[in-house]
Design a protein around this ligand. Structure first.
Ligand code: BDR
Ligand code: CA
Length: 321
């Protein structure tokens, strides 16, 4: 019945596209959506996730709220300057009201129960700070056996977006990211900014989405604040769909090309806090290290851009594939 998937998310405009991508894909068995603070506060990210599933007529998907702050160091910075005051360009009210109550007990409990009940390993796509996933691994030793892959949108090899060194999701909770990426409990795929920046979509792509029907029109209507921000970053009318790129890999394994390298997260309180240090040396060069047995992460480094953009548009517009 297709890829079994859980999305952990902080919607967020690009999260909205990622949730819709999974929710509208017939070959995806979307088992749950869990929420985390991040782009905006937890109450907003949770309500946004519920309403996005209602838009996609996926009230069968359980939603639970997770962490409202990072594991160790409080961090008050949110990304409402980019995603708008409610996380969806101030337009979340255009979405339908949730038709289903939140699952009580919280995100970690829902993640654990869905994973335990699954008859095959499940893919998790964390597209916000990694706090819930680190808490899951800490609270449920051995749960990694129930997880096929953790496909993470996060990190930056060349430069960050929140600081010179760090990408937003990893910078928001570096200790959690280090536990997930370097803890050795789960097979991780990291989809960093270096690749997602190359996968930006343009005004013509968005116009096709908007013209495709009520769901496409609603998704497009959530973009104005976000698109205005990225117009200045990109220098043309378009926007990044970071989280949708990661979910594309989660549901179509191999659509991104990856390289297996050790990745460590900088957790000090200096200017590099939240940086993802990928060891791009050859295995031979690494062999002389004190700890050559480092955990490997599959870092996404390339894709066929046109194919990816077409895949995203076809899935979001419901056109034949
Ligand atoms: C990531 O940060 C958030 O603002 C986006 O939703 C995405 O998950 C990009 O750095
Ligand atoms: Ca996100």
């Amino acid at each position: 019945m297709g890829t079994k998937l859980i999305i952990d998310t902080d919607p967020g405009v690009d999260d909205a596209f990622a949730i819709a991508l999974a929710a509208l894909s017939e070959d995806v068995d979307l088992l749950a959506v869990t929420t985390v603070y991040g782009n905006v506060a937890l109450a907003d990210t949770t309500r946004n996730a519920q309403r996005l599933l209602a838009l996609c007529k996926r009230d069968d998907v359980p939603v639970a709220a997770g962490a409202s702050r990072p594991l160790v160091h409080p961090q008050a910075h949110r990304a409402s300057r980019i995603h708008g005051p409610d996380g969806l360009s101030g337009r979340s009210d255009i979405l339908p009201e949730p038709a289903r109550e939140l699952v009580s007990g919280g995100a970690v409990a829902l993640l654990a129960s869905v994973l335990e009940a699954a008859d095959e390993p499940v893919t998790i796509a964390p597209i916000g700070p990694l706090t819930n996933i680190a808490a899951l691994l800490a609270a449920h030793p051995g749960i990694g056996e129930k997880i096929a892959r953790v496909v993470i949108m996060g990190g930056a090899l060349a430069h960050g977006n929140t600081t010179a060194a760090a990408e937003f999701n990893i910078w928001s909770d570096p200790e959690a990211a280090q536990r997930v990426l370097a803890g050795g409990e789960v097979h991780c795929v990291l989809v960093p900014l270096d690749l997602t920046h190359r996968c930006a979509i343009d005004a013509a792509w968005l116009a096709q989405l908007a013209a495709s029907g009520p769901i496409g029109a609603a998704l497009d209507a959530l973009t104005p604040d976000y698109r205005a921000h990225y117009r200045t970053v990109l220098g043309y009318d378009g926007m990044m769909v970071h989280d949708a790129v990661a979910v594309a890999e989660a549901i179509r394994p191999g659509i991104l090309r990856t390289e297996a390298v050790p990745v460590q997260v900088e957790c000090s309180y200096g200017p590099a806090r939240g940086a993802t240090l990928a060891d791009l040396r050859s295995p031979g060069q690494r062999a002389g290290d004190a700890h050559p047995e480092a955990v490997l992460t599959d870092v996404a480094v390339d894709t066929e851009l046109a194919e990816l953009q077409t895949f995203l548009l076809e899935r979001l517009t419901g056109t034949p594939r």
